[in-house]
Design a protein around this ligand. Structure first.
Ligand SMILES: [Zn+2]
Length: 281
């Protein structure tokens, strides 16, 4: 099933990574605040661990799994009896919404936030941040993707297209790239952009808890988690978390331990956020 595109997928991924890395050198949006090599060793290390985790846990690809599910006639979507292409489009949309909800849940549920915070602990953001995830978060993401496929009976092509679009937009979204402001604003009506997703990596909780979208920005607008930025705010934004900023926690071995460490400065309540006006005396 869809063997050609599945074989091509990694080649497209690495080609895109090379393009984005080159573009970052030409038009960077921000100057690095810490040496790049230290972050890259950790981020690329986590990428390789994530790759191994995927290999070990998933005997077949998500696309092949979707094929098995739909052949067996399982899941909700086949019950709707819609024709092939609308089902593919619906499948991509539903999977994107599913991942949006998952991302919000990861921010809201403390134990899941512990799995996800390693991704947010990066004090600079570039294309290597895209694959900076704790292996436990990778496992959780894999489980929810497979659950969605089994429950919804998504067409294999929908799964492949979702994975492809999400790969492009998340790579693009994390890139340290300065796009012309107008182009960025236009693109944001449909998909996530570097400026859009950088807000999500801002230190204030109000920023971290906004702009959750993977592909389509529609979900953030629909569910009131969209936060617009300004050039002024972009210029002064500090990335990462208020805690885990010391160079030691940037090391790969330490990064893997982050979910189990005491959070030194527990996430501040929303009212204490600098972005909100406090009425307390
Ligand atoms: Zn997040």
């Amino acid at each position: 099933v869809l063997e050609g595109p599945t074989i091509l997928y990694p080649f497209v991924f690495y080609a895109l990574v090379a393009c984005v890395a080159a573009a970052e050198m030409v038009v960077p949006a921000r100057r690095a605040t810490v040496p790049i090599d230290r972050r890259w060793i950790t981020n690329i290390g986590l990428f390789l661990i994530g790759l191994a985790t995927n290999r070990l846990l998933a005997a077949v690809s998500a696309v092949a799994f979707a094929d098995m599910v739909t052949r067996a006639g399982l899941g909700l979507l086949p019950l709707l009896d819609i024709s092939a292409w609308p089902a593919v489009i619906l499948g991509v949309l539903v999977l994107d919404l599913w991942k949006y909800v998952e991302h919000r849940v990861m921010h809201a549920v403390p134990i899941l936030w512990r799995l996800h915070l390693l991704h947010h602990a990066d004090v600079d953001i570039d294309f290597t941040s895209t694959e900076r995830h704790h292996p436990f978060e990778t496992m959780f993401g894999l489980a929810t993707t497979w659950a969605a496929i089994a429950l919804l009976g998504l067409p294999p092509l929908a799964v492949l297209l979702f994975l492809f679009f999400a790969m492009v937009t998340t790579l693009f979204g994390h890139a340290n790239l300065r796009l012309p402001r107008r182009l960025d604003r236009w693109l944001q009506w449909v998909v996530i952009t570097p400026a859009y997703h950088t807000v999500h990596h801002g230190t204030p909780r109000a920023e971290t808890d906004s702009n959750f979208a993977n592909i389509l920005t529609l979900w953030d607008r629909l569910f009131a988690s969209y936060r617009a930025s300004t050039p002024e705010r972009d210029a002064e934004r500090i990335l990462g978390l208020a805690y885990f900023r010391d160079p030691r926690s940037a090391r790969l071995d330490r990064a893997l331990c982050l979910p189990f460490l005491a959070i030194p400065d527990e996430r501040p309540p929303v009212a204490a956020n600098a972005d909100r006006v406090s009425l307390a005396p």
